[in-house]
Ligand binder design. Sequence first.
Ligand code: COA
Length: 417
Amino acid sequence: MKALEGIKILDFTHVQSGPTCTQLLAWVGADVIKVERPGVGDATRGQLRDVPDVDSLYFTMLNHNKRSIELNTKEETGKEVLIRLIKTCDVLVENFAPGALDRMGFSWERVHEINPRMIMASIKGFGPGVFEDCKVYENVAQCAGGAASTTGMLGDVPLVTGAQIGDSGTGLHLAFGIVTALFHREHSGKGQRVTAAMQDGVLNLCRVKLRDQQRLAHGPLTEYSQYGEDIPFGEAAPRAGNDSGGGQPGRILKCKGGEDDPDSYTYFITQAAVWKNVCDVIGKPEWKEDENYATPKARLPRLNEVFDAIEEWTMTKTKFEVMEICNPLNIPVGPILSMKELAEDQSLRDTGTVVEVDHPTRGKYVSVGNPVKLSDSPSEVKRSPLLGEHTDEILSEVLNYTEEEIKEIHASGAVGE
Ligand code: COA
């Protein structure tokens, strides 16, 4: 049995943050009913299209396993259908701009009144405070949540990361909140309000940087390269380049094959516990006992020299050879993998983390499947729905409208053409 089988989600989400959340719930068996504006749908259906007139990869990769109903929820008949959906479903998930659902007439108080067992979950850019009314997108959240100020090279501009920690990260947080509220409902019998702000979600993912902010009050951050290079620290946790955040010096180093592969690099951590192994591997056995290199403290002012020597060695090996040699010696390393390599990775395909899905109008496409594996509740990744593909099915099977009533709903224009 699928873990969330029997749970119905009224999915009012769009773009990336909300759809990430409802996709996770759909993967583990929830019946996710995506409500979309008639004839328009989720804006991402048409965004960055690679094939003309076909749902984009943006949409198809974020809306697996869902059903789609077209419904104008600002129009009278549409509102009636929405009320029936609220009465029938367990969870309403939305990530509209602040105030949009209230303007539509469906505040938390109203939803709770219609169905006291319903859990209502929302993503907004900011929590209550000065910015609460702002619309927010991924990179805004990365900047406002502390990721950008702590990412990038020291003295250079702040950087955003390719990982969608604002959108997908907050979707993950919301999914956790929903499952928790569902568990709580088992005891209380009541639904509750679940909210996740993108700024808060990003800050949660940046918590080690808030750790460093507080450590700064007690002196410089000795594991940052900046310390070894004698560059003074300011008042805020600085950008740390590719330094490792865990207290053990680490860098990205070039490997063999760089001309053919722009990602021919490895991450290399000079973990104190395996320092002697590092010395042997790179051909510097004399550093094992040399007081200038033997201890982590002695190495701190010499990290550039140490990593230059390691890089001289890594440049004689491919990133995969570095892995093969260092792993048995417990030296933490990792190849920099390109999206091409990940898309083609056989192990990721075998575990279902990378999946190939067939779609009626676009054909086969590659997507990311559920990264969380449950031993008794496997995830099945199905294609995303076409706009309004399940409108009649939902009206009849889920909401029990008669054939005659469905005709009337169509005639009202509430579900589009
Ligand atoms: N029927 C009728 N109207 C519908 C509808 C439906 N099925 N679905 C949506 N609408 C309406 C909304 O009610 C809203 O109307 P209003 O502005 O008149 O109140 C309108 O469509 C637009 O929705 P909105 O969410 O405001 O879209 P937007 O394009 O203005 O803003 C975001 C987009 C992403 C910036 C905004 O939704 C947002 O800030 N969301 C929260 C944070 C977030 O998730 N951001 C990350 C996105 S990946």
